[in-house]
Design a protein around this ligand. Structure first.
Ligand SMILES: Nc1ncnc2c1ncn2[C@@H]1O[C@H](COP(=O)(O)OP(=O)(O)O)[C@@H](O)[C@H]1O
Ligand SMILES: [Mg+2]
Length: 825
């Protein structure tokens, strides 16, 4: 028979007796708590009258737990169903472990919930995998489950030591605790004062437990230590200062080391310190096995009796456990068959007494005991790791990806940061840290949280810039295609195993589709991703998606949509100093301005991203808008600035990074070159292998080339390039650019359009009306007043009208409208 089985068989009967004795004294006779008991008992049955929330606060040993027990017993006798859970110090902070404990008895009712609630709770509580967790949804699902169960029988939730409950459960319970009125559910919690913790208790009803009054304390002491001589009785009373735990525990030490006591310790040692010292002296008297057992139990936190296995089959584990029981340190709880400390202070004391090496070894042993529980195992191994260890780092990374969809961002970030610390290889180190930074920034939109991992990642990755930048910014796309990998991540995200990563991948794919001219697909991907980002509070990630949406809108001449996005990005990022999002907005405005022929505006916006003559570091858009900036500068007569920008790009050889950048850099150089050199440079840029992949960029360069050729009277050749550009713009559906190319082509004397495309090139009735009013001399505001539009909307319509009419200013409107054939007005 195994040691474990032996213990279980031998010890239980004895233990039941011992615990029952204890319970009788504690539960039956609460000294000096008449008022509190009355109040708590009244509260305990409040669920039957609608429900509510009450918190018990007080120092260690003051009697919180015993009052919770009393409330639970009272409620149960009154026919109320009681659910219980407790936070445990040192327990692995795994998402929703506390909520799991609390709601486990309602498992059967779970199946009656509506599918979204059911799926969410199942995933959060770890009953099933595959559904991404939304924190708000978990809160609402919990409420729904409680209400459902309470419809049959009122409920009382009793949660002890809230300050140690896992973070995610705390968040949900704080949410739930505020919304119980009327659903026949009550929440009674206890928390240690001064422990902090995560529970948001502000505004909830509280009872602060005071020390017992002298009389009650004396009665309690007499009841438990009836043989204590009067002078010692007096001294214990004085030392315990009304804290029940001290009144119960101090006499035991007195008899054992009364000399030490009589020698007169300073009376004003805080009571918790005094109790800790007392428990410490008891722990020190145990055998080595006994201390190891206590440490294992303390670090495990679950009370799982299987930890005895860690001591080995032939050890003196059973005797050690018995000795710990006799010393009133630990016992096996007969109902749950779990190891329990007599008081949580003993657990803290045991850990405090241990050395770092002992704790490390305990974690290692616990990892072996819980080999079949991957989350717990990974957590223990991480605590046990001494130095870099790729296997543990990998396990932690997996852990992060399991807990992220369960809604524990902080946990995921912590795990990834630790995984990075444990990574032996620089590449892996920075990749994991970058993931942590990304999740921290995105998911929590908490940039404070992100900045540290990000800063670390930069230090780590100094030599490996591309991989890091690739992981944390959209500059991914500057490098070679990586669609296949992304699609896999998107798939994972949809399965709920890595929601944020999946959404991120989906947006990157959308961006890739935008860059490669698959605009319908791009819009589908980002529209969906943005919706889901917003639903889950992934704010920064949502901006990345809206960036692509707005670029698409700008390219298609939907300027109002584009500008709205740019405006909200500026507002959001200004308050937070998020440069990346600001740059998104400027890029959108640059494209809008280029499309509408407002080159001065295009120059100003592009210069904000990266001033002429520099390529701003770590600003991916800077590389992509280089041609925009150079074109806008050339067209507005800023030749020096244009040349400086081209020189900067040449200096850093960005063209070597990818074919796309080679195209953009080459065309920029051609733009600033004198007429005799330009054609060769354009031709070279257009000869870059692989540039078909970026049709919009390619067509824009063809347009620029065609324009230059036309100006230098190479009319026939210019038509070839302009025609090709026009074809592509039409296929993409980018109206402003169709117009530009069509106008250029017309100017070469080619009168017959290649396609009869009146729908695209003519004014809509609304545009026509606005154009007529503008031509008559009205301001945007006046036009807006007549047509019930905002002046801004009017402005956008006009922006669209100008390129269609091939003009650049309001002054030219009237002539252009007169020249227009009647059927297109
Ligand atoms: N008013 C009381 N009368 C008798 N025993 C008490 C009283 N309050 C607490 N105790 C006992 O004191 C010990 C510590 O109380 P506990 O409820 O565990 O404190 P806390 O939860 O605040 O740390 C327990 O053994 C408990 O039974
Ligand atoms: Mg307690």
């Amino acid at each position: 028979m195994s040691a474990l089985a032996q213990i279980e068989r031998l010890r239980l009967e004895e233990l039941v007796d011992a615990v029952e004795d204890l319970e009788q004294t504690a539960l039956g006779h609460l000294f000096g708590r008449e008022r509190e008991t009355a109040r708590i008992e009244a509260f305990a049955t409040s669920a039957g009258r609608g429900g509510g929330t009450l918190l018990l606060l007080g120092e260690a040993g003051i009697g919180k737990t015993v009052l919770l027990d009393a409330a639970a017993t009272f409620a149960a006798t009154a026919g109320i169903r009681v659910l219980r859970a407790a936070g445990v110090e040192f327990e692995a902070d795994l998402p929703f472990s506390g909520l799991h404990q609390l709601l486990l008895p309602l498992h059967a009712e779970l199946s009656q919930l509506d599918p979204p609630y059911r799926q969410t709770l199942n995933a959060a509580l770890g009953f099933s995998e595959g559904v991404a967790v939304d924190r708000l949804l978990v809160g609402n699902a919990t409420l729904a489950l409680l209400a459902l169960s309470a419809a049959a029988r009122p409920l009382l939730m009793v949660v002890d030591d809230l300050h140690w409950l896992d973070r995610t459960s705390n968040g949900v319970l704080a949410f739930v605790a505020r919304r119980l009125a009327g659903i026949r559910v009550s929440f009674l919690g206890a928390s240690r004062t001064g422990e902090g913790g995560f529970f948001e208790s502000a505004g909830l009803l509280e009872i602060e437990l005071e020390p017992l009054k002298e009389r009650a304390a004396s009665d309690l002491l007499s009841a438990h230590s009836p043989t204590l001589p009067p002078d010692l009785h007096r001294r214990v009373l004085q030392a315990a200062r009304g804290v029940p735990l001290a009144l119960l525990e101090l006499p035991a030490t007195l008899t054992a080391s009364s000399l030490e006591y009589a020698a007169g310790r300073p009376v004003l040692v805080p009571i918790t310190r005094r109790l800790t010292a007392l428990f410490a002296s008891r722990v020190r008297k145990l055998s080595a096995t006994g201390r190891t057992l206590l440490l294992l139990a303390a670090m495990d936190g679950t009370g799982d009796i299987r930890i005895l296995r860690a001591l080995g089959n032939d050890s003196d584990g059973p005797e050690a456990l018995a000795a710990a029981e006799r010393a009133r340190l630990m016992c096996v709880d007969p109902s749950s068959r779990r190891l329990a400390f007599h008081h949580p202070l003993i657990r803290s004391t045991v850990v405090e007494l241990s050395t770092a090496e002992e704790r490390r070894r305990a974690h290692k042993q616990l990892a072996d005991v819980f080999a079949e529980q991957p989350d717990r195992r990974a957590w223990h191994l991480a605590e046990a790791a001494l130095g870099p260890d790729e296997q543990v780092a990998g396990l932690l990374e997996d852990l992060a990806h399991r807990i992220l969809p369960r809604g524990d961002t902080v946990g995921a970030v912590t795990a990834l940061v630790r995984a990075s610390e444990l990574s032996p290889e620089t590449g892996e180190k920075s990749r994991r840290l970058a993931q942590a930074a990304f999740i921290a920034a995105d998911v929590r939109s908490d940039l404070q949280g992100a900045s540290q991992p990000l800063a670390d990642a930069r230090t780590v990755d100094r030599e490996q810039q591309p991989s890091l930048t690739a992981a944390v910014t959209p500059s991914h796309l500057l490098w070679e295609p990586f669609d296949a990998a992304l699609w896999r991540v998107v798939g994972d995200g949809r399965d709920g195993t890595a929601l944020a990563c999946g959404l991120n991948a989906q947006i990157l794919l959308g961006r890739e589709c935008w860059s490669t001219g698959q605009w319908t697909q791009a819009r589908k991907l980002v529209d969906d991703a943005v919706d889901r980002c917003l639903a889950n509070g992934y704010v920064l990630l949502a901006w990345a998606g809206r960036h692509v949406q707005a670029l698409l809108a700008a390219a298609r001449g939907e300027y109002e949509i584009a500008e709205q996005a740019a405006e909200s990005m500026i507002q959001w990022s200004a308050a937070r100093g998020v440069g990346l999002v600001q740059a998104y907005a400027w890029q959108i405005r640059t494209l809008t301005a280029l499309g509408s022929g407002d080159f001065d505006q295009a120059y100003r916006q592009a210069s904000k991203i990266s001033p002429p003559g520099t390529l701003a570091a770590r600003t991916p858009c800077a590389l992509l808008v280089q041609l925009d900036l150079v074109e806008a500068a050339v067209r507005t007569g800023r030749h020096a600035q244009a040349a400086a920008h081209v020189a900067a790009a040449r200096g850093t050889a960005v063209g070597k990074l990818s074919a796309r950048l080679a195209l953009l850099a080459g065309a920029s150089a051609a733009l600033v070159a004198p007429d005799d050199a330009a054609p060769r440079l354009f031709a070279e840029a257009l000869a870059t292998p692989g540039i078909d992949r970026w049709p919009f960029d390619l067509a824009r360069v063809q347009l620029l080339y065609g324009e230059r050729l036309r100006r230098t009277r190479a009319i026939k050749e210019s038509r070839v390039h302009l025609g090709a550009a026009l074809e592509t713009f039409r296929r993409l559906g980018t109206q402003p650019w169709v117009q530009r190319a069509a106008n250029e082509l017309r100017a070469t004397g080619e009168t017959k359009p290649r396609h009869h495309d009146r729908d695209r090139d003519t004014l809509t009735p609304q545009e026509n009306k606005i154009a007529q009013l503008a031509a008559s001399g009205l301001t945007n505001k006046q036009i807006g007043e007549r047509l019930f539009l905002s002046p801004r909307t009017v402005g956008f319509h006009l922006h669209r009208v100008f390129p269609k009419l091939g003009i650049r200013s309001r002054a030219a409107l009237r002539d252009a409208l007169v020249a227009l054939p009647a059927d297109s007005r």
